[in-house]
Design a protein. Structure first.
Length: 303
């Protein structure tokens, strides 16, 4: 599936060599790749795009959120179990996946917040933590990279750090003077942020449930969630992928320690979700190619 790409240069658009399409998602923990952008991932895989997930940490400090998996033997082997879950999700999504090798920071709770564990991902220097990602980008050579926004999507320290190292690696990977020991430079052309759990989407799902006489799982949350037009305007790209929501759900369920099949993830029936909000949504944060906004494709301007 060769494609010619266009790079903006000082003298106007410059045609580059034809390349197959490659997409790199950078996520903080195993399961994030299934809860954010998984349906669009499955869509691109079906189209022949080579999709890689870089997982920053092993999720070693993640809570067991499925009561059926909250057992001593699971907790004792959580690192290996989370790797097995990631392998299962990878197979379902049809992707490649690499571990960056950092240690989960855990989610600090309390007032005041406790200190983060020594040596964890969120306490590393950004330039050090970005190094394995720079190496991976130069080896995999993606045209498009995705991660979270500056708030991490939610304020988990690993998600915020994931954002920071991805932005740093996006810029450094194409710089021949940065990390010269990590391979030949490669410059990705587009950087996106996931916008999965925004109010507009949640309100549409809520309204669809109420219209069908069903109990909405979002009623309480929406009560205190004021409209934020500025945040909604950040969304530039909506990828139609409703037919792949079932693949997303199977990938989620593969993370059995994190996803309760009887919990809130699956309260909205699949067909309601497909009709009420059939896209996964992104913000184009950085681009070296021309594309017209709004977009309906992460590869807009590249094919």
């Amino acid at each position: 599936m060769g494609r010619s790409t266009v790079l903006l240069g000082l003298g106007g658009p410059l045609c580059l060599v034809t390349e197959d399409l490659r997409l790199l998602h950078v996520h903080a923990h195993p399961d994030d790749e299934s809860s954010k952008g998984a349906a669009s991932t499955a869509k691109y895989v079906a189209e022949g795009v080579d999709v890689m997930v870089a997982t920053c940490t092993g999720g070693e400090r993640g809570s067991i959120l499925n009561p059926k998996m909250d057992r001593p033997e699971v907790l004792a082997n959580i690192s290996e179990i989370r790797r097995q879950e990631m392998d299962a999700a990878r197979e379902i999504l049809g992707i490649r996946q690499e571990w960056l090798g950092w240690v989960d920071s855990g989610y600090p709770e309390g007032d005041p917040l406790p200190p983060l564990p020594e040596g964890c991902f969120a306490l590393l220097k950004v330039e050090d933590a970005a190094a394995p990602l720079v190496k991976l980008i130069r080896e995999f050579r993606p045209q498009v990279v995705t991660t979270y926004d500056e708030n991490g999507g939610y304020p988990h320290p690993d998600h915020v750090m994931c954002h920071q190292i991805t932005v740093a690696a996006f810029e450094a990977a194409g710089d021949k003077d940065a990390y010269p020991e990590l391979g030949e430079p490669w410059q990705p052309l587009k950087l996106y942020y996931h916008h999965t759990f925004h109010r507009e989407r949640m309100k549409a799902l809520h309204d669809a449930m109420v219209a069908r006489g069903l109990e909405s799982p979002y009623a309480e949350r929406l009560k205190d969630w004021k409209p934020d037009p500025e945040n909604e305007r950040r969304i530039t790209t909506r990828v139609e992928c409703a037919e792949y929501f079932g693949v997303r759900d199977r990938a989620l369920l593969a993370h059995a320690t994190q996803i309760d099949p009887d919990g809130g993830w699956f309260t909205v029936p699949l067909e309601v979700h497909q009709q009420a909000w059939p896209t996964e949504d992104y913000e184009l944060a950085r681009s070296l190619v021309e594309s017209e906004l709004p977009e309906d494709d992460l590869f807009a301007g590249l094919r």
